[in-house]
Design a binder for this molecule. Structure first.
Ligand SMILES: Cc1cc2nc3c(=O)[nH]c(=O)nc-3n(C[C@H](O)[C@H](O)[C@H](O)COP(=O)(O)OP(=O)(O)OC[C@H]3O[C@@H](n4cnc5c(N)ncnc54)[C@H](O)[C@@H]3O)c2cc1C
Length: 472
């Protein structure tokens, strides 16, 4: 029998939260074991735009932007509709500048336009959103060499292709973990502290259904986001909270409607960047919101209330030719004529034929287009829309099917301000900590997408755990 090895810290998952946790713990000479289910480190950072947010970082000061964590806190609580956890948001915003400055110190490749005001989520009151030139991969690019240096120095042992399975518990305390390698070998390791940074459960449709009781529409996740950490902690008595919260996006077009479907592209439905020329209708062919409603949360909540949480962007040939391109970014190879090839793009010679192609109510869509055209001519819309540059009259007519859906999973492990995982009794489970999406997006975003408030808290809580965990 192989001897059970012991470590100071075991980190489960080498992604957004796990990498800083392991690096910062090893910076303080801890002996760290990192268990990673995938063949490479990085987790969701391989997919994520990895926008970050923080007030008071050096980079923001250098640009003369006056900001303070108190303002960031107030913005997050406002945008999250008061549903985020104020204790964790406070910790995250107070420590965010430290995280951003640390990234700066280790050579992060900032996009030079940042910090910026970003309107893809409800805008902050100050320019405090950051991202790297290569999105999430910019973070991997600074973490990989730091981790490798610790591996070479013998402080970190990294096991790739190794899936954490369970916690080893003695009495009420966690003393280690079990994991299985790709060739089926089971490994047991002990540690003073175990940190769960294994991400969310977006890739686990059954668990998604169980915790959130919703359809998982989008396949935009790390394939190993199967909720393993959450399930093991729940097995050990941890409290899982916030499954009732949900965030939805009005920007995404999916490859098809077999759910969960991969992301295909983003449409620019952000009125601050591109005032709308088109009309939006639901599956019944009815409008449901002012397309230029400036508060994105209002547009998103309106979409959430529609059947199938999807909408159709309807326009005519004049709008197609004269308006700024509605396609913002492709996740796949751009198509020259998506109306000929893409499953979510439709073209027809009449509104009636378009309604038929899209499966919308013919009478409803025809009436809605006529009503919109009258509103456009009169300059007075029943939803209060102001930007209506052209009527929808000139064939061919077009539709783009936009599917609402969430990028992050909202439910997760309850933790306290020391990132200790809480038992259903409310008490911390000794030696067990968690950071990142395993604690659920609801903790730092409530029921809305709050700019940078997944990646930044994941990095920050991971960094803080690495720096302090052995002192507790
Ligand atoms: C397309 C997209 C865009 C996004 N954009 C933004 C954004 O701009 N800003 C923002 O704040 N948030 C954004 N998010 C959300 C954010 O990226 C994630 O919430 C965050 O990266 C998750 O970090 P994490 O450390 O919890 O998980 P991950 O980074 O996914 O890391 C978890 C790691 O654990 C590993 N793992 C899982 N199970 C096991 C197991 N059993 N054993 C061992 N290892 C395991 C995984 O392989 C992975 O490496 C976006 C998400 C997506 C999908």
């Amino acid at each position: 029998m192989t001897a059970i090895k012991s470590y100071d810290v075991i980190v489960i998952g080498a992604g957004t939260a796990g990498l800083p946790a392991a690096i910062c713990a090893a910076d303080r000479n801890a002996r760290v074991l990192v268990i990673e289910a995938a063949a490479d480190v990085g987790g969701t950072l391989h997919w994520s735009s990895a926008q970050m947010s923080g007030a008071g970082a050096r980079r923001q000061k250098a640009k003369g932007i006056d900001d303070h964590p108190d303002l960031h806190f107030a913005d997050v609580m406002r945008i999250s509709n008061g549903n985020a956890n104020p204790t964790l948001v406070r910790l995250a915003v107070d420590q965010a500048a430290g995280t951003l400055d640390w990234l700066d110190d280790i050579g992060f490749d900032w996009d030079p336009v940042t910090p910026s005001l970003f309107y893809g989520h409800q805008a902050y009151g100050r320019a405090r959103t950051y991202w790297g030139r290569d999105q999430g991969k910019s973070l991997i690019n600074v973490f990989r060499p730091a981790l490798e240096a610790h591996i070479r120095a013998g402080r970190v042992e990294l096991l790739l292709d190794t899936r954490f399975e369970s916690l080893v518990v003695e009495g009420d305390a966690v003393i280690g973990i079990t994991a299985r390698s790709a060739d089926g070998q089971v490994l047991t390791a002990h540690a003073k502290k175990v940190v769960l940074t294994s991400g969310g459960y977006a890739a686990n449709v059954a668990l998604y259904k169980e915790i959130q009781n919703r359809t998982q529409y989008q396949q935009a996740f790390c394939p190993t986001a199967r909720g393993d950490g959450l399930l093991a902690a729940r097995q050990a008595g941890a409290n899982v909270i916030n499954g009732h919260l949900y965030t939805i996006s009005t920007l995404t077009v999916l490859k098809d409607d077999t759910f969960p479907s991969p992301l295909s592209l983003r449409v620019n439905t952000i009125p601050q960047n591109r005032p709308p020329w088109e009309m939006w209708v639901n599956d019944r062919g009815e409008r449901f919101v002012a397309e230029d409603e400036p508060i994105i949360d209002n547009r998103e909540k309106a979409l959430e209330a529609q059947p199938g949480k999807r909408m159709w962007i309807i326009f005519d040939d004049v709008i197609r030719r004269e308006s700024p391109d509605i396609i913002m970014a492709w996740f796949e190879t751009p198509m020259a004529d998506p109306y000929a090839t893409h499953k979510a793009f439709f073209r027809a010679d009449s509104i009636e034929a378009l309604a038929g192609l899209c499966g919308l109510g013919v009478a409803a869509l025809t009436a809605e287009v006529e009503q919109y055209n009258r509103a456009q001519a009169a300059g007075a819309d029943r939803f209060g829309r102001k930007h209506m540059p052209r009527p929808i009259v000139q064939g061919p007519f077009y539709a783009i099917r936009q599917q609402g859906g969430a990028l992050s999973t909202t439910g997760g492990l309850a933790i306290d301000a020391h990132m200790r995982v809480l038992h259903t009794s409310g008490k911390p489970i000794p030696n067990l900590y968690a950071a990142g999406e395993v604690i659920g997006a609801g903790q730092t975003m409530g029921d809305a997408a709050v700019g940078g408030m997944m990646v930044t808290p994941a990095l920050t809580f991971g960094r803080l755990l690495g720096q302090t965990i052995l002192e507790w």
